[in-house]
Design a protein around this ligand. Sequence first.
Ligand SMILES: NC(=O)c1ccc[n+]([C@@H]2O[C@H](COP(=O)([O-])OP(=O)(O)OC[C@H]3O[C@@H](n4cnc5c(N)ncnc54)[C@H](OP(=O)(O)O)[C@@H]3O)[C@@H](O)[C@H]2O)c1
Length: 319
Amino acid sequence: MKHKEILVFGASGQIGRNLIRKLSKNNYKIIALTRNIHRTGYILKTQANPGYLELVEINNFNSDKIESLMKRCSICINLIGILFEKKKGHFNQIHTDLPNLISHLANKFNIEKLIHLSALGIEEASDSLYAKSKLEGEKKIVKNFSNSIILRPSIVYSIDDNFTTRFMKLLGMFPIMPIYYNGKTKFSPIHVSDIVNIICKMVENKNKSLILECVGPEVLSFRDIIKILLNSINKKRLLLPLPMPIANISAKILQLFPQPLLTEDQLKLLKYDNIKTGNYKNNIDLKLGTKKKFKDEIEKYSYNWRAGGQFSNINDVVN
Ligand SMILES: NC(=O)c1ccc[n+]([C@@H]2O[C@H](COP(=O)([O-])OP(=O)(O)OC[C@H]3O[C@@H](n4cnc5c(N)ncnc54)[C@H](OP(=O)(O)O)[C@@H]3O)[C@@H](O)[C@H]2O)c1
């Protein structure tokens, strides 16, 4: 059987790395795009058997280079996304203009399908630039190319994430954890292996046009999530609800850091629940429900952040 070639944008991220492993095991050949082969190549190369993965460096997303790659592939998967802007207009470039270009070329070269990772809650969060740019990107894709599958996940977590691992680090370091909106915002965290399974099903099945909300098996508030992380690393911390004026000031200050913990845009986004809406199909409707519970999965890697663990605070004493 001729292997299908799959072109993956944003391959070095949390979802990309896990996806490459699974796709290559299933005999797909992957062309993985990354901005810096020297920085990400050593991680990516180990994700697939020899012959199944080709790495291509791409810095500025000009259509000539993408065209030449698109000609060779049957399926294209776009995993590129950012959580904060380094300069004004960055969200639009990454979440709107790039999907516009990719979907335009997918149509031009008549590929089998385009799978695009968007995000949950973007229609409600109309005051967030992140959400607006993601939604605009979806609209461009739907307009340009009918064989497009748009996946909207809630928070995706794993040991490779920037979410649970970052919070466990912070919870280990500081005695107080600020809580925004009283910690009431709801999420349906989905484990990376589950979102990867959904993407693989989309690669294999006949669906060609779909918007799918992707959620884990539980609905947890932000406060629940922090409590689970705290229990898991054996820490007790004061959870301090921040009044909005102070929350706004803290976001203004924190966003000045190169890798900000919180930006003003993220603070706006955090106001909206990140759970299935019922307005679109979701993975459970397609019998792609997930069983991995947040607490159980966190337990598998949180020991690294407990006292004495590899990533624990250096001053932590083992009891
Ligand atoms: N993780 C979540 O909780 C979550 C939730 C909802 C939606 N999503 C969406 O799912 C997709 C994949 O998520 P992920 O967690 O795997 O993301 P990730 O770990 O942050 O990886 C995203 C990839 O995008 C590429 N990238 C980042 N900034 C870029 C830029 N300025 N220009 C070009 N490429 C850039 C990077 O690839 P290189 O460095 O190799 O170029 C990076 O590996 C994203 O679209 C994200 O918005 C994620």
